[in-house]
Write a new protein. Structure first.
Length: 140
Protein backbone atom coordinates (compact mmCIF):
# COMPACT_ATOMS: atom_id res chain seq x y z
CA UNK A 1 0.00 0.00 0.00
CA UNK A 2 1.14 3.49 -0.74
CA UNK A 3 -0.13 6.95 0.03
CA UNK A 4 0.73 10.41 -1.22
CA UNK A 5 2.28 12.90 1.15
CA UNK A 6 1.70 16.69 1.05
CA UNK A 7 4.18 17.17 -1.79
CA UNK A 8 2.42 14.48 -3.84
CA UNK A 9 5.24 11.96 -3.48
CA UNK A 10 4.27 8.34 -3.05
CA UNK A 11 5.33 6.72 0.23
CA UNK A 12 5.03 3.04 1.17
CA UNK A 13 3.05 2.59 4.36
CA UNK A 14 4.51 0.53 7.20
CA UNK A 15 2.66 -2.64 8.19
CA UNK A 16 0.86 -1.05 11.15
CA UNK A 17 -0.03 1.98 8.98
CA UNK A 18 -1.46 -0.39 6.33
CA UNK A 19 -3.61 -2.12 8.94
CA UNK A 20 -4.73 1.18 10.53
CA UNK A 21 -5.82 2.49 7.12
CA UNK A 22 -7.52 -0.81 6.29
CA UNK A 23 -9.41 -0.85 9.61
CA UNK A 24 -10.42 2.82 9.27
CA UNK A 25 -11.99 2.04 5.90
CA UNK A 26 -13.42 -1.37 6.82
CA UNK A 27 -17.17 -1.77 6.78
CA UNK A 28 -17.88 -5.13 8.39
CA UNK A 29 -20.62 -6.17 10.84
CA UNK A 30 -17.98 -7.76 13.10
CA UNK A 31 -15.48 -4.90 12.98
CA UNK A 32 -15.30 -4.65 16.81
CA UNK A 33 -14.60 -8.39 17.04
CA UNK A 34 -11.89 -8.09 14.39
CA UNK A 35 -10.23 -5.32 16.43
CA UNK A 36 -10.46 -7.39 19.62
CA UNK A 37 -8.94 -10.49 18.01
CA UNK A 38 -6.25 -8.31 16.45
CA UNK A 39 -5.40 -6.87 19.89
CA UNK A 40 -5.25 -10.36 21.41
CA UNK A 41 -2.85 -11.56 18.70
CA UNK A 42 -0.55 -8.53 18.95
CA UNK A 43 -0.45 -8.70 22.76
CA UNK A 44 0.36 -12.43 22.84
CA UNK A 45 3.97 -12.00 21.66
CA UNK A 46 5.92 -8.77 21.24
CA UNK A 47 7.67 -10.15 18.13
CA UNK A 48 4.42 -10.35 16.16
CA UNK A 49 4.11 -7.71 13.44
CA UNK A 50 1.20 -6.95 11.12
CA UNK A 51 0.48 -5.82 7.60
CA UNK A 52 -2.16 -6.32 4.93
CA UNK A 53 -2.06 -9.54 2.89
CA UNK A 54 -4.86 -11.09 0.84
CA UNK A 55 -6.96 -7.97 1.56
CA UNK A 56 -7.01 -8.54 5.33
CA UNK A 57 -4.80 -8.02 8.38
CA UNK A 58 -2.03 -10.61 8.50
CA UNK A 59 0.42 -11.30 11.30
CA UNK A 60 4.08 -12.16 10.88
CA UNK A 61 6.57 -13.78 13.18
CA UNK A 62 10.25 -13.43 12.40
CA UNK A 63 9.37 -11.99 9.00
CA UNK A 64 7.08 -14.84 7.95
CA UNK A 65 3.29 -14.59 7.59
CA UNK A 66 1.77 -17.02 10.10
CA UNK A 67 -1.81 -15.90 10.91
CA UNK A 68 -4.18 -14.11 8.53
CA UNK A 69 -7.78 -12.97 8.88
CA UNK A 70 -10.40 -14.31 6.48
CA UNK A 71 -13.27 -11.81 6.56
CA UNK A 72 -15.48 -13.34 3.87
CA UNK A 73 -17.85 -15.45 5.98
CA UNK A 74 -21.44 -14.48 6.73
CA UNK A 75 -22.00 -14.03 10.47
CA UNK A 76 -18.44 -14.93 11.47
CA UNK A 77 -14.78 -14.13 10.96
CA UNK A 78 -11.95 -16.63 10.70
CA UNK A 79 -8.28 -16.70 11.49
CA UNK A 80 -6.16 -18.82 9.19
CA UNK A 81 -3.08 -20.33 10.84
CA UNK A 82 -0.48 -21.12 8.18
CA UNK A 83 3.26 -21.43 7.62
CA UNK A 84 3.91 -18.55 5.26
CA UNK A 85 3.55 -18.13 1.53
CA UNK A 86 5.66 -21.11 0.52
CA UNK A 87 4.67 -24.69 1.31
CA UNK A 88 7.35 -26.37 3.38
CA UNK A 89 8.23 -30.05 3.12
CA UNK A 90 7.34 -31.92 6.27
CA UNK A 91 8.09 -35.51 7.16
CA UNK A 92 4.66 -36.18 8.66
CA UNK A 93 1.00 -35.53 7.95
CA UNK A 94 0.24 -35.10 11.64
CA UNK A 95 -1.18 -31.70 12.64
CA UNK A 96 1.55 -29.16 13.30
CA UNK A 97 0.54 -28.62 16.92
CA UNK A 98 -1.46 -30.46 19.54
CA UNK A 99 -4.77 -28.68 20.13
CA UNK A 100 -6.39 -30.39 23.13
CA UNK A 101 -9.16 -27.77 23.14
CA UNK A 102 -10.30 -28.85 19.67
CA UNK A 103 -10.77 -25.19 18.80
CA UNK A 104 -8.88 -25.44 15.50
CA UNK A 105 -10.46 -26.71 12.30
CA UNK A 106 -7.63 -28.41 10.40
CA UNK A 107 -7.50 -27.84 6.63
CA UNK A 108 -4.12 -29.56 6.22
CA UNK A 109 -1.40 -30.73 8.61
CA UNK A 110 0.13 -27.23 8.52
CA UNK A 111 -3.00 -25.12 8.05
CA UNK A 112 -5.89 -24.58 10.44
CA UNK A 113 -8.74 -22.16 11.02
CA UNK A 114 -10.43 -20.69 14.05
CA UNK A 115 -13.88 -19.11 13.81
CA UNK A 116 -15.44 -16.28 15.84
CA UNK A 117 -19.12 -15.34 15.71
CA UNK A 118 -19.52 -12.44 18.17
CA UNK A 119 -17.99 -10.60 21.15
CA UNK A 120 -18.97 -13.35 23.59
CA UNK A 121 -17.32 -15.95 21.37
CA UNK A 122 -14.11 -13.89 21.20
CA UNK A 123 -14.06 -13.56 25.01
CA UNK A 124 -14.80 -17.26 25.51
CA UNK A 125 -11.96 -18.28 23.18
CA UNK A 126 -9.35 -15.67 24.19
CA UNK A 127 -7.19 -17.91 26.41
CA UNK A 128 -7.33 -20.82 23.96
CA UNK A 129 -6.45 -18.43 21.13
CA UNK A 130 -3.39 -17.22 23.06
CA UNK A 131 -2.32 -20.83 23.71
CA UNK A 132 -2.70 -21.77 20.04
CA UNK A 133 -0.76 -18.68 18.89
CA UNK A 134 2.09 -19.42 21.30
CA UNK A 135 2.32 -23.04 20.15
CA UNK A 136 1.95 -22.13 16.46
CA UNK A 137 4.77 -19.61 16.52
CA UNK A 138 7.17 -22.05 18.20
CA UNK A 139 6.89 -24.92 15.74
CA UNK A 140 7.96 -23.48 12.42
Amino acid sequence: MTTNNKSGESKKLSGPEQVAEFMNNLEHPLKEEIEEVRNIILSTDGKITEHIKWNAPSFCYEGEDRITFNLHGKGFIRLVFHCGAKVKDRKTNEPLIVDPSGILEWKAADRAMMKFTDKNDVKAKEEKLREVITKWLKVV
